[in-house]
Design a protein around this ligand. Structure first.
Ligand SMILES: [Fe+2]
Length: 346
């Protein structure tokens, strides 16, 4: 029988750039003209925020945040290399990259023969944007997964080539970070794009809020798939692949609550209590509570991208896994999002 390794990591874009830029998202949200007067300067922030901000706009804290993230991602990479999969399935959000006005599927199995992509400008590895990364896909395994999902009632969409964007940042950054030390990454990949942004995928272009015009209910798009549906889809994926001939690493790629999606926190800091509660359940192996998590909480807490992890947690539950071998929570008030990491070995 096939074996499955499960990993959870982050694709946090600011890790691509120097520490002094890591508080850039917070600075962008501080330009919100509707910000309450008290929050316009650090003097009005919580003690935790002030501490991270320090006297250098978060640069010192950024180094620590990076160190923790890189450390946990290296552990995930080690587990991946020890396992040596036939391919790596990645669940990642599509932020207005291939899910655009012309079509927004709930999720999409990208059964491409290969992927060609580039790094972002001014990255810390000083890789020129012209440098092309090429990774093999697993078209046949992708077709198998899509076929079996459909037979099981998960009428998934699928693609054989990119529509607009060669490969979304949830996937490229996961690969860049799993290869943070640039020793090379040549595992074939099966990216499964998830419409995590739901009501904000087109209206907010899967990104930062606009401060010029507040979105009304009429502006919003139809919702994302629910946590329960993605939990079940992840479970079905694990069942299908565990009965296949493949050794597969299942990877959820995303950070958790995002400040720029958390309206109740004025878009300045993420929903730390909500993330902690989900993390505690995951770390204790109480996976089914994730299936019951309300879609309204996902939006209220800025946890849209946690939906990638709903797939992973559903898979863990289906595989009958106990507590994860590794579960780590990297908390921050000023760097937009909390990060979680998970390793569950077969
Ligand atoms: Fe993302």
């Amino acid at each position: 029988m096939a074996e499955i390794l499960a990993l959870g990591i982050s694709h946090y874009p600011p890790l691509l750039w120097p520490d002094k830029n890591m508080s850039g998202l917070l600075k962008a949200m501080m330009r919100n003209p509707n910000l309450p007067e008290a929050l316009k300067t650090p003097a009005g922030w919580s003690k935790e925020m002030q501490k991270e901000w320090g006297d250098d706009e978060g640069e010192t804290a950024a180094a620590g945040h990076r160190e923790q993230m890189v450390d946990w991602t290296r552990k995930a990479r080690q587990a991946l290399d020890d396992f040596n999969p036939d391919f790596v399935l990645l669940w990642g959000d599509d932020q207005y990259e291939n899910f655009k006005e012309d079509i927004v599927p709930p999720y999409c199995v990208n059964a491409h023969p290969e992927f060609r992509f580039h790094n972002f400008p001014n990255n810390i590895w000083e890789e020129p944007v012209e440098k092309e990364f090429v990774l093999p896909g697993v078209a046949q395994a992708g077709k198998l997964l899509a076929s079996e999902l459909i037979k099981a009632g998960f009428d998934t969409s699928y693609s054989y080539k990119p529509l607009h964007h060669p490969l979304g940042h949830a996937f490229t950054n996961a690969i860049f970070y799993l290869d943070y030390d640039r020793s090379g990454f040549d595992y074939p990949i099966l990216p499964v794009s998830i419409n995590c942004y739901g009501r904000h995928v087109i209206s907010q272009k899967g990104g930062l809020p606009s401060f010029e015009k507040e979105l009304t209910e009429d502006d919003l798009d139809p919702p994302a798939p629910t946590p329960a549906r993605l939990f079940d889809m992840g479970a079905e994926t694990a069942r299908i692949l565990s009965e296949s001939k493949y050794r597969v690493a299942l990877v959820a790629s995303s950070s958790w609550s995002h400040a720029f999606l958390t309206k109740k926190n004025h878009y300045l800091w993420p929903d730390i209590p909500a993330d902690r509660a989900l993390f505690e359940a995951m770390a204790c192996g109480e996976y089914t509570s994730w299936r019951d998590y309300p879609a309204s909480a996902i939006e209220d807490c800025g946890q849209q991208e946690v939906l990638n992890w709903s797939c992973l947690i559903g898979a863990l539950n289906e595989l009958g896994r106990g507590k994860p071998d590794v579960a780590a929570f990297v908390e921050t008030w000023i760097f937009n999002s909390n990060k979680a990491f998970l390793i569950s070995k077969p």
